[in-house]
Design a protein around this ligand. Structure first.
Ligand code: WQD
Length: 325
C-alpha cells in the first residue's frame, strides 16, 4: 500500500515507518521537523517537509494518491498542555481536522491514529481496558479523546475507517539499532534516565515516593516502540480486511516503577545515575497498567520487546554511542 505517515520523522513515527517499509509498503513522510529529526528518515521513503496547519499544502500532498495515512503528529507533553492549552488546541485538534478534511478530498479511506492512555485519566480499576471511563486529567489527553470523537463522525458521515491506538508509555529503541535520533528536551522517564546515565544531565528527579505502589514510586505500563510499530501494521491490516473502525490499547500489561527502571538502568549501563526524591508531579496517578486483550483478540498482537532489559538496553545503545561511551 501507499502510506502517508504524518509525523514520521519522530521517535515513534520513525519506528512505525521502519516497520511498514519492512512489510513492503511504500512510505511517504510528512513532518515539520518541530520535534522530528531528519536523521530518523530512511532512504527508501519519500520525505516532504510540511505542517498540518497548512491545509492547502496538506491537501496538495494527499492528492498525490495514498491508500492510507498514519497520524502521529501531535504535541504530547501533558504538563505543558495544562499551561498552554491553546497550543494543543491548534496543533492537535485543528491540525487533525485539516488532516481529516484532506483525507476526504483525496479519497483516503483508512486512518491509523496515535491516541493515548491519557484519554482514561485517573484509573477507576486496573488493568485499564477499553471500556474504562474516559475522563482525561490533562488537556493533552482531552485533545486525543476529542480527536477520537471526530474520527467516529468521519467514519459515520464520510466512510473513513480508523484505528485509534491508545498507547501506554512508549519507550526503548529499535532492537536492530536502525534508529538513533535522540528526543530533544525529553520529559518522559526513560530518556531522562538515559541522559543521566550518559552524563547529559546531573540527576534524575523522582516525582514522589509516597504512592501506594510496590516501592512508593509511580508505576507505568512501558511499551517498546517496536511493539507499538508492529501494532500499527496489524491495525492497518485489520482496517483493510474488515473495513471496520476500532479503538484498542497498546500496552505491555506489566507495570514498572520509577525505581525499578532506575535500578535496571544502573545494572545495564554500569553508570551511577544519581536520583533525588522530590515532590509529586501534579496530575500523576500512582499506577497505570493496560489490558491489551482486545488488541490480542482483534489484531493477534501482543508485546514481545517490552521487558525492562530490552527497554533499557536498546535505549542505552543509542545514548551510549551519542555520548561517545
Ligand atoms: C512516567 C513515570 C512520573 C519523569 C506520558 C506522557 C505522554 C503520554 C503518556 C503518550 C511517572 C515518573 C517521570 C521524571 C519521574 N504519552 N517520572 N521523573 O507521565 O506516565 O505519561 O505518557 O500518549 O508522553 O503523559 O510518562 O515518562 O512522564 O512518567 O519520576 O523526570 O515516571 O512521575 O510516574 P507519564 P512519564
Amino acid at each position: 500500500m501507499k502510506i502517508l505517515v504524518i509525523g514520521g520523522a519522530g521517535y515513534i513515527g520513525s519506528h512505525v515507518c521502519r516497520e511498514f517499509l519492512d512489510q513492503g509498503h511504500q512510505v511517504t513522510v510528512l513532518d515539520n521537523l518541530s520535534s522530528g529529526l531528519e536523521e530518523n528518515l530512511f532512504p527508501e521513503e519519500t520525505f516532504i517537509k510540511g505542517d498540518i496547519m497548512d491545509a492547502p499544502a496538506l491537501e496538495r500532498v494527499m492528492a498525490q494518491g495514498f491508500d492510507a495515512l498514519i497520524h502521529l503528529a501531535a504535541f504530547k507533553a501533558a504538563g505543558e498542555s495544562m499551561l498552554k492549552p491553546e497550543k494543543y488546541s491548534v496543533n492537535n485538534i485543528s491540525g487533525t481536522i485539516n488532516i481529516l478534511n484532506g483525507a476526504c478530498a483525496a479519497g483516503i479511506k483508512y486512518v491509523v491514529f496515535s491516541s493515548s492512555a491519557a484519554t482514561y485519566g485517573e484509573p477507576k480499576y486496573l488493568p485499564i481496558d477499553e471500556n474504562h471511563p474516559t475522563e482525561p486529567e490533562n488537556y493533552y489527553g482531552f485533545t486525543k479523546l476529542e480527536i477520537e470523537r471526530f474520527l467516529k463522525w468521519y467514519d459515520k458521515l464520510k466512510g473513513i475507517k480508523f484505528a485509534a491506538l491508545r498507547y501506554f508509555n512508549a519507550a526503548g529503541y529499535d532492537v536492530k539499532g536502525r534508529i538513533t535520533g535522540l528526543e530533544r528536551n525529553p520529559a518522559n522517564l526513560l530518556p531522562v534516565v538515559m541522559e543521566a546515565a550518559a552524563g547529559m544531565r546531573s540527576e534524575v528527579q523522582v516525582f514522589g515516593n509516597d504512592y501506594d505502589t510496590i516501592d512508593g514510586t509511580g508505576v507505568r505500563d512501558y511499551i517498546h516502540v517496536n511493539d507499538l510499530a508492529v501494532g500499527h501494521v496489524a491495525a492497518m491490516d485489520y482496517l483493510v480486511k474488515h473495513n471496520q473502525s476500532l479503538t484498542v490499547n497498546l500496552g505491555s500489561e506489566s507495570g514498572l516503577s520509577v525505581l525499578q527502571i532506575i535500578d535496571a538502568a544502573r545494572k545495564i549501563t554500569g553508570r551511577p545515575i544519581p536520583a533525588k526524591i522530590v515532590g509529586r508531579r501534579p496530575g500523576d496517578p500512582a499506577k497505570l497498567t493496560a489490558s491489551a486483550q482486545l488488541a490480542k483478540e482483534l489484531l493477534g498482537w501482543t508485546a514481545r520487546y517490552s521487558d525492562v532489559d530490552t527497554l533499557v538496553r536498546t535505549s542505552w545503545e543509542v545514548y551510549r554511542k551519542k555520548a561517545g561511551l
